[in-house]
Design a protein around this ligand. Structure first.
Ligand SMILES: Cc1cc2nc3c(=O)[nH]c(=O)nc-3n(C[C@H](O)[C@H](O)[C@H](O)COP(=O)(O)OP(=O)(O)OC[C@H]3O[C@@H](n4cnc5c(N)ncnc54)[C@H](O)[C@@H]3O)c2cc1C
Length: 816
């Protein structure tokens, strides 16, 4: 082990747990050996030392499943490569279902995993017992079996990774605490430690549950909070078979695996509590929290039914340790907002060991290649909303993350803690209209509207939701009359300055150097032609543009724009989301509703599609933009916050006789999917190009000066894409898909749905999905010609494919 810190290194990794060690090892394997890893105490002394060692692939998103697949293949070779044991064994995992709904959840999960090529079998309860004979299965309806899952020893694996990194030239320092991070402008330049500072081109925050505090040293928000997390190890059980599959018994909030000559029974139970939310004690190392049998006892007692042997077996170890959880239950992996070359890899929600080898290898590729090898919008540190590092918020919300970890994950499920945080200026008005609110990054948003007297409380199912008919009525109102959406949570950026046009032109694939009053739909691309953002840009005046983004993408879009303002260029980017409410008035009757309320001429001649004007409305003024995300005639009204209530009430009062209805986000999703409008982070992301995504119409190939990503895109145009985003409609009108369902063409797996919803006009589920062709340049007709099936809950449902929107393919309605 090195003793003297170097004055500089290409990469400084802070944190010697599994994540930091894996990143170091994989950077070295990529040939980057000018790497320093510093650990305040001993390697593994944070959380890693006490990980139970489960390696399970059933993760909630495609990207995070791909990371575990990488982990598994690293586990296969690590011992051979480094000479250090990892304790890795492929034992498989059983997931148990105790009722039809849990069974449906598992079957849907099985299908999603198959979309990533993961092997999974559906078993009867008896077949599950054959694999794990000690199990009580009489109350079960089925089980999933993942034969390729495994288990390993977290400490040994981490030491193998760190020593392996050392063998390749990485310098590893224990007993060195990072005390600060130095930034120069928007770039990280050094890490300070008690033993001096180290200049660095790249810094990795792999400090586990210290991630929030360490992030704050650089002004980077990393929302995570440690919770108490438990397992119990039994005494030896005579005759116990070694190498049993791990059992995940979600109905019992528990998992079980062999541990020595006994069993380990671990818990993801409701009612845990935050630890050290006001600051982790200075002396925290190999931390064990006090036993709390009063809390854990009932869960353990309950497990005796599932594993009767526990009743006659003593307990050798009752362990409780802290582990960091995040508000949305997803870890943070990627570059930080506002600070170049500072990467976050923290907040692993008790799956850090199984994700660690893969996450470290992805991060190493990301740093070396400049982009992630896997699209991971869900782990992007730029998704963080401003309130998410608030201690009181974190204590509440993160506790709920653990509470619900082993509950059934329903479609449209809402969190219940720390609600009511970010409210539109129209919150009270929409509430009075019957809004059932859902939450997105703290925003309370009307998902659907209940008729008078009806409860808006959530009630979940995998089938048709209890709000189906109300949302259908909202959808129909938009298609046949007019709907009013409160879309105030959409992100709004004002881009101003003498160079605003230059910056936006460089960043946008479409031509935004238009006349004031024009609105342009565009993607912002990276140098590989991948889509970093999907926005509209409205030119307000010569030096002023308004960028409209999603509530969940505003942080990353702001970051992307700011980092592309060149030295000496004069352009300011300001988030003005809360300065304006936004009301979308959509439907064939929109003009008839709005025209009497304004002196401006709203005819297509005076106010064509794709234009924007400031107009009077009621007694106030709004910016009206003729654009649509639902495929109908309509205007998005950007309303200064102080006029919002007045404008809303004026519209509502005038709506009588036009069929006006308040409409929510569930209807919006159904409407946009019928029109095959894309959503960034769901359907499109950083590794998808506009040509693949069917957005070639928004590329201004010949605009002066070009745009970022043009060269890569031009090369792809030459070859032709090898995959495309396709719209699907299910043949069976009762089948319901949501997202992540695998797509088969002629019986061969070709992709998966990226989003889906019931389309009330088409009368069936409609979705968007990626389809990979046999080779680049495959004819468009190939994509629609095949026989398609979508796998839903382990059953294949025939589907129709189209590259043109199934609803209003000629896009006549928005222009009417
Ligand atoms: C009871 C329990 C069971 C678990 N079981 C599993 C399991 O079966 N499977 C699984 O995948 N996961 C499991 N986990 C979770 C897993 O242990 C963690 O997700 C994982 O170890 C996190 O690794 P890390 O590298 O992010 O963090 P850590 O291991 O905590 O590493 C971070 C390191 O950073 C160091 N550090 C912090 N600040 C500084 C600083 N300023 N300067 C220098 N160094 C610093 C710390 O000392 C620490 O060593 C379990 C967790 C618990 C509590």
């Amino acid at each position: 082990m090195d003793k003297t810190l170097p004055p500089r290194a290409q990469v400084v990794i802070v944190g010697g747990g599994v994540i930091g060690s894996s990143t170091a090892y994989h950077l070295a394997k990529r040939g980057w050996t000018d790497v320093v890893l510093i650990e305040r105490n001993q390697l593994t002394s944070g959380t890693t030392w006490h990980a139970a060692g489960l390696i399970t692939t059933a993760r909630p998103s495609s990207g995070t499943r791909e990371i575990v697949k990488r982990s598994l293949s690293i586990f296969e070779s690590l011992e051979r490569e480094t000479g250090f044991a990892t304790g890795f064994q492929r034992t498989g995992t059983l997931h148990l279902a105790d009722g039809p709904e849990r069974w449906e959840e598992l079957r849907r999960q099985a299908s999603a995993c198959r979309g990533n090529g993961i092997r999974v079998d559906l078993l009867t309860p008896d077949a599950a017992r054959e694999l794990f004979p000690l199990l009580y299965v009489d109350d079960l309806v089925g089980a999933l079996y993942f034969p390729d899952d495994g288990r390993g020893t977290a400490t040994d694996t981490t030491i193998a990774l760190a020593r392996g990194a050392g063998q390749l030239g990485v310098r590893v320092f224990e007993g060195v605490t990072a005390t600060g991070v130095v930034r120069k402008g928007d770039r990280v330049v050094a890490v300070e430690t008690g033993q001096g500072s180290i200049e660095a081109e790249y810094v990795v925050n792999a400090t586990g549950m210290w991630g929030r505090e360490f992030g704050a040293m650089a002004g980077v928000k990393v929302p995570l909070q440690a919770l108490a997390h438990y397992y119990v190890v039994t005494d030896a059980i005579p005759g116990l078979t070694p190498g049993l599959p791990t059992v995940k018994s979600s109905p019992d909030y528990s998992y079980v695996k062999n541990e020595g000559a006994g069993l380990m029974v671990g818990f993801f139970e409701p009612g845990s509590y935050p630890w050290a939310s006001r600051g982790i004690p200075e002396d925290a190392e190999f931390t064990r929290l006090p036993e709390d049998w009063e809390h854990l006892g009932p869960f353990y007692e309950n497990m005796i039914k599932r594993l009767p042997i526990l009743a006659e077996t003593g307990i050798r170890l009752h362990f409780c340790g802290p582990e960091s959880f995040t508000p949305d239950g997803v870890y943070h992996l990627g570059e930080a907002p506002g600070l170049r070359n500072y990467f976050v890899a923290a907040g692993f929600n008790s799956i850090g060991f199984l994700s660690g080898p893969g996450a470290g290898s992805v991060l190493a590729d990301w740093i070396v290649d400049g982009r992630s090898p896997i699209d991971l919008p869900e782990t992007d540190p730029r998704r963080v909303a401003p309130h998410e590092t608030n201690r009181r918020y974190l204590e509440k919300r993160v506790t709920e993350t653990l509470d619900v970890a082993y509950e059934i994950h329903w479609p449209f499920q809402q969190r219940t803690s720390a609600r009511g945080l970010r409210r539109s200026p129209l919150y009270e008005q929409t509430r009075a209209a019957g809004a059932a609110f859902g939450e997105l990054l703290g925003w309370e948003r009307a998902n659907w509207y209940a008729p008078p007297g009806m409860e808006t409380a959530d009630a979940y199912t995998f089938g048709r939701q209890h709000w189906f008919e109300y949302s259908a009525a909202e959808h129909t109102a938009v298609r046949e009359a007019v709907g009013l959406f409160d879309t105030s949570s959409f992100g709004k950026l004002l881009v101003q300055g003498a160079d605003a046009e230059t910056v936006l032109q460089r960043v946008s694939a479409n031509d935004v150097a238009v006349e004031p009053g024009r609105i342009v739909y565009t993607q912002w691309l990276n140098e590989w032609g991948g889509i970093e953002a999907d926005v509209t840009v409205t030119r307000v005046s010569e030096q002023e543009f308004l960028v409209l983004s999603g509530p969940a993408t505003i942080g990353r879009d702001t970051d992307w724009l700011r980092r592309h303002i060149g030295p000496g260029e004069f352009a300011a980017v300001t988030d003005v989301t809360m300065a304006w409410a936004m009301i979308s008035v959509m439907g064939p009757e929109a003009r008839r509703l709005l025209q009497p309320l304004t002196d401006h001429d709203l005819s297509s001649e005076a106010f064509p599609f794709g234009t924007s004007q400031e107009i009077d409305l009621g007694y106030g003024y709004v910016r009206a933009t003729r654009i649509t995300y639902v495929g109908e005639l309509g205007w998005e009204l950007l309303v200064p916050a102080e006029f919002a209530v007045h404008v809303h009430d004026t519209l509502a009062a005038a709506g009588t006789g036009t069929g006006l209805r308040h409409a929510g986000y569930h209807a919006l999703n159904s409407l946009r999917l019928e029109k095959a409008y894309r959503s960034w982070g769901h359907d499109i992301a950083r590794r998808d190009t506009p040509l693949e995504a069917g957005l070639g119409f928004a590329v201004a190939w010949d605009k002066p000066g070009g745009f970022i990503g043009r060269d890569a895109l031009a090369q792809q145009r030459e070859r032709g894409p090898a995959r495309r985003l396709v719209q699907f409609a299910l043949d069976d009108p009762d089948a319901l898909a949501y997202h992540d369902e695998p797509v088969y063409r002629g019986g061969v797996l070709v992709g998966a749905l990226s989003s889906a919803a019931y389309g009330h006009t088409l009368g069936r589920t409609v979705g968007l999905g990626w389809v990979t062709a046999p080779e680049p340049g495959t004819e468009r007709s190939w994509y629609t010609a095949g026989t398609y099936e979508i796998e839903i809950a382990a059953e294949r449902v025939p589907a129709r494919a189209s590259l043109r929107p199934m609803y209003d393919p000629a896009a006549e309605r928005p222009r009417s």
